[in-house]
Every structure is written in C-alpha cells, then in structure tokens.
Design a protein around this ligand. Structure first.
Ligand SMILES: Cc1ncc(COP(=O)(O)O)c(C=O)c1O
Length: 363
C-alpha cells in the first residue's frame, strides 16, 4: 500500500537520539593474533550509521530551499541509507520513497515498509552499470512523477559527508590518540566526512580505504558483486581520493570469515563491510605495532543471517571459508592486476582522472 504523502514531523525528540554510539576494543584473532583496534559501533545508533548522513542531507536541502516542508524525498539505496532516511523522514516530516532492487532481503523490505517507506523495486540490472544504473533510471521516473520531490543523491551530495562531523566529534572524545583510521567505501561519505575533522585534531592520521573485489571505485573493473554496502559499480564524487594513504580490496569469503570470527570471539559483529574493515584493521594493528587503529562497523549482524552467516548461502555462491587469505597481495597500481581476493595498493588515484588498462589477474 502506498503511504500518504504527508507526514507530521516527529520533531526534535527523534533528532536527539541520533548518534552517540559506543566504541569497542576488538582483540579476537582475525585470523591471526594482533594487538587490538577500536571499532565504532554504528549499528547501535538510532536509524543506523546513515541516519547521520540522511539528517544532514535533508537539513541541508531544507536550508537551501530545495526541500519544501512536507515534500517527499526519493532516493536509490540498497538498504542502510533507507533506514537512515526513514528515521530522518519521520524526524523532519517528509515521506520517503526508496528505489531498491529485488536483491534486497525480504526482512529489510518489511522493515522499511514498517517504518512507512514506499518501496519501488527494480527487478533486473541494467546491461551497463548493473543494479545501480537500473535503480537510477527508475529514480528519474519517480522524480518526474513527483515534481516537488527532493533527491538527496548520496553519491555526490557533500551533505552526506558533513553528516559524519558528529561521528568525528564522538571519536575525538572517546579516544586520546589515533594513528590509523580504516573505513569501508561505498558512497565515500563516512570516510571523507571523518578524515577532514579528524586530521584537524590528529594531523598525522593515516586513512586506509576498504573496497570490495569487483568494485570500480578505486580503479578496478566493475564486476557482479556478492557483498552489499561497500563497493560500487560507479565512481561517486564523494570519495576523497586524495585523503587515502592506501586501499585494500577484500573478497566475500574473507569478509564472511572475519564476521564469523568476530561474532564468536568478540560478540560484536556485522555485515560484509564490518568483516572487511575488521580484517584490514587487525592487519594494520599487526603490521604497525604501537599504532592506535580505529575503524567503523557500519551495521550489525541481523540483516546478514541469511547470507554472511549462512553455510548454505556460502556453498551456493562457491565461498570457501576455509581458504580465505590471511594477508593482502600487494600491487603497484590500482589497475596493475584484477583483485579477486584481498589485495593492497598504496597508490590511490581517482579513476576518472587517470587511465591505463588492466594487465593480469591475481588468481
Ligand atoms: C552497510 C554499509 N557499509 C558501508 C557503507 C559505505 O559507507 P559510505 O557510503 O559512507 O562510503 C555503506 C553504504 O551504503 C553501507 O550500507
């Protein structure tokens, strides 16, 4: 059923619940022993990590007059921003229309509809640009149908990144010092939004980006991907390419193995992006003894019980969780070889301003 396109704002009460998430110390072997790292548990924040971005984007649009009070908001998302927008929509009084695809888990569909969101489901990927391109095409149709609707465009909207100023401020009060920040990259929002204010506080802070194998964000060829959340088949302009010292590509078997080890050894865990950043954060803590390492766990495990934590899913998708890499293969340039498992590169460039062909595969 389509919800009415008029919402009364729930008001300041909801906004007061935003953020203020706990920081956990992770010391469980991932898969090797390491000195430990800090994990910001964004899955425990009201509306999740992307509630910060959603509130920031809607407030920014309201201030600029691009979003009228009570007008609908239309966005393309595979889930996490959807929950964040559901929260921001209720808090600020805007109906939310989300363009998702049929890959979206049934439980997530139900949750979004329960929050009063209208879902538009795309049922096949575009020949070029995959699911993201197909969702964007439907989004444009929706914008034409709802003339006063606002499209936040999380991939390119700078208010997505500035929404994470609150997360940065929390980290500066929760930590005495920080040497290395490890962030997953999807739209680029939280990595870009954290590193700017955090480097004002800790100027020597290093940033490690974590992408998915098959993602084209950092210059690898776009392939069909199993992992959701991190990675992209487009080049979002919110990615702060010049802020990264290095990038790692992580495969689904490595991420799932790490998620399961986290759940078993630290109780705390999450989805694909959490497994990927935890693997790289543990590695960074191991290879830089004495360094204070922190990362962001974007969400919790519940959404992934039928994927990351499901042996049948792993078998059906050919994921061998016993042979996941324990250290990255180093490559000289993002386009030097195609990453099919955990790969590391210390030359980070914006693919839209550089270009050379893929040479060989690491598998
Ligand atoms: C679960 C999850 N992890 C990580 C990310 C990546 O965060 P960002 O878009 O801020 O780069 C996303 C983005 O959609 C996400 O949903």
């Amino acid at each position: 059923m389509t919800p009415a396109l008029h919402h009364a704002p729930a008001g300041g009460d909801l906004l007061a619940l935003l953020g203020r998430t706990p920081l956990a110390r992770i010391t469980t072997d991932l898969p090797c022993p390491h000195p430990g790292f800090w994990a910001k548990l964004e899955g425990l924040g009201t509306g999740g990590m992307k509630a910060r971005a959603a509130v920031s984007m809607l407030l920014g649009a309201r201030e600029r007059g691009e979003l009228r009070p009570g007008a609908p908001v239309v966005e393309s998302t595979s889930g996490t921003l959807g929950i964040g927008l559901a929260f921001a929509g209720q808090a600020l009084g805007h109906p939310i229309v989300l363009v998702c695809d049929t890959e979206l888990e049934p439980s997530m569909r139900r949750l979004l509809r329960t929050y009063g969101v209208r879902l538009e489901l795309v049922d096949r990927p575009a020949a070029e640009g995959g699911w993201q391109a197909a969702r964007l095409a439907r989004l444009r149709e929706m914008l034409a149908l709802l003339p006063d609707a606002y499209w936040p465009d999380q991939y390119n909207n700078p208010d997505n990144t500035t929404g994470y100023a609150s997360l940065a401020a929390e980290l500066t009060t929760q930590l005495d010092h920080l040497d290395i920040l490890v962030c997953s990259v999807g739209t680029g929002g939280h990595s870009a939004g954290l590193i700017r204010p955090l480097r004002e506080h800790w100027p020597e802070l290093r940033l490690i980006g974590v992408d998915a194998t098959g993602s084209t964000i950092f210059g690898q060829p776009a392939r069909p991907r199993l992992m959701r959340g991190l990675g992209s088949s487009i080049h979002p302009r919110n990615v702060a390419y010049d802020a990264f010292e290095e990038v790692h590509w992580v495969g689904p078997a490595e991420a799932a193995t790490t998620c399961r080890a986290l759940a078993k050894g630290s109780f705390i865990s999450g989805g694909w992006s959490t497994g990927a950043v935890a693997l790289v954060a543990a590695w960074a803590a191991r290879v830089h003894p004495g360094a204070v390492v922190a990362t962001v766990f974007p969400d919790g495990p519940h959404r992934y019980l039928g994927t990351v934590y499901d042996d049948d899913f792993a078998a059906a998708h050919g994921l061998d969780l016993t042979t996941a890499a324990t250290r990255p293969v180093q490559i000289a340039h993002p386009r030097a070889t195609e990453a099919t498992g955990w790969v590391r590169c210390t030359a980070v460039t914006d693919p839209l301003s550089s270009g050379s062909p893929i040479l060989e595969s690491t598998s």
